[in-house]
Design a protein around this ligand. Structure first.
Ligand code: AMP
Ligand code: ZN
Length: 432
């Protein structure tokens, strides 16, 4: 089950030596970029003196804002002629953050993705339906190249157009899906509405869920509705895209590929290192990239290190599923709430359908929190008392998770706006 034995099960001491070696090379490359040259100079850092992994903490972290300000060439470490492709993050406002890739960068990235897919059981002979959008977004081409490297037959269908997705699922008997979790839930509902049973009439074995935070409860739902194994895939365009950290068959945290990325988990406010098991922001340094090396990139993603060894034997440390982002937490009447806490409660309740949204508003100077939830159609035809009791139960379950009582509004399946890309779950209409 191991794609690259020399690397994936390497002894930790050797892995750390390898990281130090690659870190030196990366720092040398960074000296070719105007941005890092300045950072080294202004902070009196001699990159040659940063020889150990611990010493990277002397370098100031890089943010998305820095990347934007450095547009177009501030972070480019190779000549323009060596760049064979660009990608960009999925944000829709402001200057996009652009990452340049050399031909070797694409090759390394494809191998990281191949390694990740192989770990979950994807093989030559699989039919890989890639339901992520192709284009600047990395979930399309990034996964595509990795799946091809394994020898799977890739269907580069991209996101959306559910009817067409179903047609390909049926006629090519697709075995592997790469899909955004919120769309996976919707897809299973729409397949059923088409008169098919996704558990029996299709041939899906493996589902790769990525691109947005989702809870264990959502994974379980996706697995149950397709009768397949679902694995968590983590990545971000600044670090190539998919293939940064991935779950193995044990489905217990994601192995972060430490030969390609140096990770730190820090307290977001002070940047002090967190202990294993302590939740903090993930900072990543590229160790392989030629065209756009990045040092201590602030992902804004919150996770923690899972220290216990993994039964699969891989030595690359695991991170827990992303618990949220430093910028998606909202404060309601003084309580900090992450959307994933609400998702976890909802997805654990069998009467809840596939979609929901969270609406924050202000009414006479008082904040309100309304959760609109699609529920299974049967409940609308049942008796009112049952519906009321169910609503009370759900409010209680939400209260014990988020410590405040939201208003819960039930809607019929299909009524809430559904997205084919990353879901927009929180709508904050409070005026400051
Ligand atoms: P983009 O650069 O547009 O691909 O967006 C990357 C961001 O998507 C990450 O920083 C995460 O916030 C989020 N993301 C990607 N994969 C996952 C995942 N498996 N779980 C949670 N969040 C994810
Ligand atoms: Zn493992």
């Amino acid at each position: 089950m191991i794609w690259n034995k020399a690397i994936e099960v390497m002894a930790r001491e050797d892995l750390i030596k390898l990281q130090e070696n690659k870190l030196q090379k990366t720092l040398m490359r960074c000296q070719n970029t105007p941005y890092y040259r300045n950072i080294f100079k202004n902070n009196h850092i001699d990159p040659c003196s940063i020889r150990t992994v611990e010493n990277v903490k002397h370098i100031p972290p890089t943010t998305k804002e820095d990347l934007r300000k450095g547009f177009p060439l501030g972070f480019l470490a190779t000549s323009r002629d060596e760049v064979v492709r660009i990608h960009s993050s999925s944000g829709t406002t402001g200057t996009p953050t652009v990452i340049y890739h050399s031909s070797k960068d694409i090759d390394t990235w494809s191998d990281l993705v191949a390694r990740s897919l192989y770990m979950t059981g994807v093989r030559n002979g699989d039919v890989f339906q890639n339901m992520m959008s192709y284009g600047l977004f990395t979930g399309g081409l990034g996964m595509h190249y990795g799946a091809e490297r394994i020898g799977s037959m890739v269907i580069p269908i991209g996101a959306g157009n559910t009817k067409r997705q179903i047609w390909f699922l049926r006629h090519f008997r697709s075995t592997v899906l790469h899909i955004i979790p919120s769309y996976a839930l919707l897809l299973s509902t729409l397949i059923k509405a088409d008169g098919l049973d996704p558990r029996k009439n299709l041939n899906i074995h493996i589902i790769l869920l990525g691109a947005e935070p989702h809870s264990e409860e959502t994974r379980r739902r996706v697995q149950d509705s397709f009768s397949a194994q679902a694995y968590n895939s983590y990545g971000l365009s600044e670090m190539n895209g998919p293939g940064v950290a991935f779950e193995c068959i044990h489905q217990n945290g994601m192995h972060l590929w430490e030969d390609a990325y140096l990770m730190e988990i820090v307290k977001p406010d002070t940047l002090e290192p967190c202990k294993p098991g302590e939740l903090g922001e993930l900072l990543l340094t590229t160790l392989e990239r030629e065209a756009t090396p990045l040092l201590r990139y602030r992902t804004k993603d919150l996770t923690y290190i899972m220290e216990d060894p993994c039964p699969c034997g891989r030595t690359h440390q695991r991170i827990a599923r992303i618990q949220g982002r430093t910028d998606d937490m909202f404060i309601f009447r003084g309580v900090n709430i992450f959307p994933i806490q609400i998702e976890k409660v909802l997805m654990n309740v069998s009467e809840v359908g596939s979609n929901y949204r969270i609406i924050l508003d202000r009414d006479d100077f008082k904040d309100t929190l309304r959760i609109e939830v699609e529920i299974i159609p049967e409940l609308f035809f049942g008796d009112l008392l049952r519906l009321e009791r169910f609503q009370e139960r759900l409010r209680g379950e939400l209260r014990s998770e988020i410590l405040v009582t939201p208003e819960v509004v039930f809607v019929e399946p299909g009524r809430l706006p559904a997205t084919e890309g990353k879901a927009v779950r929180v709508i904050d209409q409070r005026k400051l």
